[in-house]
Design a protein around this ligand. Sequence first.
Ligand code: AKG
Length: 279
Amino acid sequence: MDILTDKKKAFFDTFGFLAFPGLLADCIDEIIEAFDDIWAQRGGGHNGQPHDGIRRSCIVPFIDQHERLCALLDDPRIKEILVGLLGENFNYMGSDGNYYAGDTQWHSDGWGKEIRFVKIALYLDHLTRDTGCLRVIPGSHHLKDQYANNVENTVRKSHEQWDIHGPDVPALALETNPGDVVLFNHNLKHAAFGGSPRRRMFTINCSERFPEDEEHIELLKTQIAARARFWNDRAYGKIMLATAGPERKKHLTQVLAHDAHLAELSARAREEMPEPSRG
Ligand SMILES: O=C(O)CCC(=O)C(=O)O
């Protein structure tokens, strides 16, 4: 297959995102059915409650809850992209499933991540610029770049800085149809505006394999520890592990080897939080 061409890789390096219209159009019906099944089994919304249309409902990890979605990690098209961007031994770092309600303000999923992280996002409804599609600020992921640092320091205060609100910040709107795949570097600034109270979307997060020295393994453990707020005892769900063949296992082993601290952190989070985090 020639999905992730060298030119596309170069585009990703420069701008921090890619869009693949129709990449999974041939199986999007099954994907949506699996998405809906997971929510139906979980009471329809957040933490076993119906989705209220006001706050985001979120399930983490998400694809781990359904064999069909776990298998996206084995899909040759997804694999080609992840291997091309993150290397042969990339890590699956988790996923979230969402009913969004309202806008998502400008942010990065990390700032300063030395290890490359990629988020794959599947939006399951037709979305336009003003109905909640993903917006990105091209090039805003370059950590050492003056422009990107300027954006990092100002974009959340756009009104104070430039007298404009979030939706008017110069950006690219990645309008999508179900079956399209968009993805971006975690450091990239992104947002969404004007979506319905029930905007369906799930993500798959992956990273380069972490070098095995102490400092990087500590970094990996910190990443895994962040999952405690979702009340996860292990990094992966049972179905993800039970249905993994040798190929998929390659992308699970490093995290599995370093998630032993998560259960205790989650137990603490359960005591301190009224519900698992919504994002
Ligand atoms: O679609 C959205 O509301 C934004 C998604 C997002 O911010 C994320 O997945 O990190």
